[in-house]
Design a binder for this molecule. Structure first.
Ligand code: SAH
Length: 345
């Protein structure tokens, strides 16, 4: 309990102390951190939970991340790519439902050049000037990030995946590098995006030391957003037999992240909802304040399978929004109709 109290008081620990806090965690410590994190979330954001409409624009990827179901070596993955008019219809539908942020996410699909993607971004911004556009399209050059920012993109999500370079090398093929991932995050920040990093909880070979490095990175980088969710194995990847990350550890880390960086926009992820029927509600109660319901066309949802048994692949967008609104109300929160920009604290 001593380290938990110290964390609540000082909003930071040393890397060694983070590792110790994680290794020595008990249900009582988790409860204490969760209550403090939820109180802090309420202090900064009230009971509003921000929504981001997720549009999964391509399942085609040139990368080969060992954990991911749409990695290029997965010959069984069904590949698709949305056209601009299909993306616009998803955004139309989302806008009518109250979404004020659209997240375009996809594999690293070479079709989406700066020109093509920039054109889509400016079309969305032109049509919905009161909305934010977030991109989550992987690693690109600094010039590319600049062009997309100039086209109107407001935010960029690029999970760092792990802040431990040796761990990074065990999750990714040799042609990908930790240094480039970090370079991307720094460029995005310099260019003026609201930036999101993040990692999977319980990814293969993750140690408490690696998690402590993730926390230290978040504490110092101070991302505007931080996406963390459990690793969930996909049957057509090299990690098919690896265990999924746990609800318990994910909630524990969500609380710590809220405490070390109070204004962070912190999603209760779909992966968390996948491993527990009330995972997203529990995530909000542990300190998260964002949900990212799916706005992708129902016809492609089953093809964007990053991991097995992913949630909400059969529902319509309106059903997803309604379902989440009810879930949030069940815990005293509500879905805000708001861009949900980061606040100062
Ligand atoms: N190509 C983009 C988007 C990747 S998908 C990019 O590189 O950023 C978004 C996130 O899903 C990834 O960053 C990863 O952390 C997560 N993810 C991928 N496979 C997963 C799995 N098997 N279990 C849980 N999360 C996974």
């Amino acid at each position: 309990m001593k380290l938990a109290e110290q964390l609540i008081r000082e909003r930071r620990l040393t890397e060694g102390e983070y590792a110790e806090l994680i290794a020595g965690r008990t249900p009582e410590v988790a409860e204490r951190l969760s209550a403090a994190a939820a109180a802090l979330r309420r202090e900064v954001y009230g009971d509003a939970v921000f929504t981001r409409g997720l549009i999964e624009i391509s399942s085609i990827c040139k990368n080969d991340c060992l954990y991911c179901g749409i990695r290029r070596s997965n010959v069984h993955a069904e590949r698709y790519r949305l056209r601009q008019d299909e993306i616009m219809s998803c955004a139309e539908e989302g806008y009518a439902l109250g979404f004020k942020t659209f997240v375009l996410q996809g594999g690293e699909d070479p079709f989406f050049t700066d020109e093509v993607l920039g054109g889509i971004v400016s079309a969305i911004k032109g049509r919905f000037p009161d909305c934010a556009v977030t991109l989550s399209m992987g690693e690109r050059s600094r010039e590319s990030y600049q062009t997309l920012r100039d086209a109107g993109a407001d935010r960029y999500l690029l999970r760092h995946e792990t802040a431990d370079p040796r761990h990074y090398a065990r999750l990714h093929p040799p042609e990908m590098s930790f240094d480039n991932r970090m370079r991307c995050l720094k460029d995005l920040r310099d260019i003026g995006y609201q930036v999101g990093c993040g990692f999977m909880v319980g990814s293969p070979y993750q140690t408490e030391t690696a998690l402590a490095k993730d926390l230290k990175f978040i504490e110092t980088f101070k991302p505007d957003m931080c996406g963390i969710g459990p690793f969930v194995p996909h049957h057509d990847t090299p990690f098919r037999d690896k265990p999924a990350g746990t609800l318990e550890l994910t909630l524990f880390l969500l609380s710590i992240i809220r405490l070390i960086h109070p204004p962070v926009l912190l999603p209760a992820t779909t992966a968390l909802g996948t491993i527990h029927p009330r995972g997203r509600e529990l995530g909000i109660q542990a300190g998260a304040n964002v949900v990212m319901p799916n706005l992708s066309p129902v016809a492609v949802r089953k093809k964007y399978m990053l991991y097995d048994t992913k949630l909400c692949t059969g529902e319509e967008s309106a059903q997803c929004r309604g379902c989440l609104d009810a879930r949030m109300r069940s815990i005293g929160c509500y879905l805000a109709v708001d861009r949900g920009d980061v606040r100062t604290y």
